[in-house]
Design a protein. Sequence first.
Length: 202
Amino acid sequence: MKWVRASLIWTALAAAVALPIAAAAASPLLAWRDPIYIAAGFAGVVALSLMLVQPLLVGGYLPGLSTHTSRRAHRWIGGLLVAAVVIHVTGLWLTSPPDVIDALLFASPTPFSAWGVIAMWAVFAVALLVALRQRRRLRPRTFRIGHTFLAVVIVVCSIIHGILIEGTMEPLSKTALCALVFAATVKVMIDLRVWVRRTKSR
């Protein structure tokens, strides 16, 4: 039955997104953290969760959503992802400017910082691509290839960044979320064959 399958898919997605956030909220490490730092950390968790939704929308895997609705949602969630990254970085800057400067200069002693910075610039680059595409300054194929390449960079670097951090995110739920993000990204790339040149039918 279609409605049962649809309910299971949406329930599974809600659980995959909500459980890591709930587990992080219950972390005892939050007791010693500044509110701004906590907000910055949760913005990062939300950003990682949004990365699971994006490929599902692109691939049309979420039942009940038309192609048009999925694309609109993909754009809106992309905007939320950019906002979450900005909040994440700004919060870290407000709590510890020297650490952020070291990270931006790739001089941080923490190995996870460089991966986060690369993912951040890739997110901003996608936002720039979208803006150029909306102004008709990019050909569809150029946009698709550029978007796909940057999406892979974002996903891979964000996963490494998240896995290496030993913070408020609970390890099991974090690993599961990262695995789902990676699997969803690989599946949509294979299903849509994004690397194949598309020809117009005569």
